[in-house]
Write a protein that binds this ligand. Structure first.
Ligand SMILES: Cc1ncc(COP(=O)(O)O)c(C=O)c1O
Length: 366
């Protein structure tokens, strides 16, 4: 006899990206930052006193919240710190969406959304992005409203395509939506600063917008599990006071996260290096015959094009790269199965990927 709730019994679990055991593997499959965290992070760890663990940590990570709030030009009441962006998603769903109510997103999207919706027993309304450029369809908000969606989850810049929706469009979308809009900015640190993208300002004049941030990508701390949400205080308060685990963030994490966001110039230097490699890699992959869309993230989505068709499929390429020690991400979904999602690594890692691809495809890279 099963003791699981029927929706839990029926659901699939989230499948994480592969974690190769070989330390020499070139790991370009889970969008981690290729550069180490700020040197101050190592100093915090080295100077951490085990004795301080006797006591419970600050329950709402107030010091971190104060520094992050200043960074975003908001007050502490506009911010909640969470165990990765993933915990924020879980809190938003369990705080604002009744079991059985609909959650909306795009197709494709971050695959964890479906898992979290299933845990809350919520159906998911997936609206396909436009072909080719992956823009939102014109009637996206109207379709969400017609389906009675209570919460729309939008990755921006988008995963796995890299496409960025600008803040004017986001404002229009949030205004038109009858429910909440969560803008998942997991990859926002890699957006070209010349685009002047800043969606945080939306929370001042719209009462239905929540922004997700994480230290996993931009601050090279995927292993730490630290993220945060920015929203009007009336949306932050119920999560902060009622639905959050009483001590959701351990003391060491809070100190490390504080050191990382206090060192903006170090982090932004890694973002600039990733952007520079992103543009080199786009050109190089196009040179190998892939179709590569513009990306404002730390990855590229490369389509196996007509010129490769007699040689290989994306799935085969993924397997052959893996055999040569290079891990990229392959998705079997209908709209993604002819593509590979490739994280931007260090210049040396990127060169190893290009060499491996060149030899599999039998092309001289010159
Ligand atoms: C689109 C998107 N949102 C949110 C997250 C959550 O990241 P974390 O829980 O590591 O902060 C990820 C992680 O890969 C992601 O790709």
């Amino acid at each position: 006899m099963s003791y699981e709730r029927p929706n839990i019994e029926a659901m699939q679990g989230y499948v994480s990206g592969e974690q190769p055991e070989d330390p020499g593997a070139i790991k370009l499959n889970t969008n981690e930052n290729p550069y180490p965290p700020a040197p101050e992070v190592a100093k915090v760890i080295a100077g951490f006193s085990a004795d301080t663990l006797r006591r419970y940590p600050p329950p709402t990570a107030d010091e971190f919240r104060a520094v992050a709030a200043t960074l975003h030009g908001v007050t502490r009441d506009h911010l909640i710190a969470t165990r990765g962006g993933d915990e924020l998603l879980r809190l938003v769903i369990t705080t604002f969406v009744d079991p059985g109510a609909s959650i909306g997103t795009t197709d494709p999207t971050y695959s964890l959304y479906k898992t979290l919706a299933a845990v809350q027993d919520c159906p998911v309304v997936s609206i396909p992005l436009e072909p080719e450029q992956w823009q939102l369809p014109q009637d996206f908000a109207a379709q969400m409203n017609a389906a009675g969606v209570k919460l729309t989850l939008l990755v921006n810049p988008h995963a796995p395509t890299g496409h960025l929706v600008n803040q004017d469009q986001l404002r229009e979308l949030a205004t038109d939506l009858e429910g909440l809009l969560l803008i998942d900015e997991a990859y926002v640190d890699f957006v070209d600063p010349r685009l002047n993208y800043n969606a945080t300002t939306l929370i001042h004049d719209l009462d239905n917008v929540i922004i997700l941030r994480t230290l996993s990508k931009g601050y090279s701390l995927a292993g730490l599990r630290f993220g945060y949400g920015i929203a009007p205080p009336n949306l932050i308060a119920p999560m902060l006071i009622k639905t959050r685990d009483s001590y959701n963030l351990d003391l060491l994490s809070q100190k490390i996260a504080l050191a990382a966001i206090s060192n903006q110039s170090y982090a932004s230097d890694t973002w600039a290096r990733v952007r520079s490699e992103r543009s080199r890699m786009q050109t190089s992959l196009e040179g190998l015959g892939f179709l590569v869309g513009a990306s404002e993230t730390n990855f590229l989505l490369a389509t196996v094009s007509a010129i490769h068709h007699n040689q290989t499929t994306a799935k085969e390429l993924y397997h052959r790269l893996k055999s040569s020690g290079v891990f990229v991400r392959y998705f079997s979904d209908e709209r993604l199965r002819d593509k590979l999602r490739i994280t931007i690594g260090t210049p040396a890692e990127n060169n190893q990927l290009l060499t491996a691809l060149g030899s599999i495809l039998g092309q001289d890279l010159g």
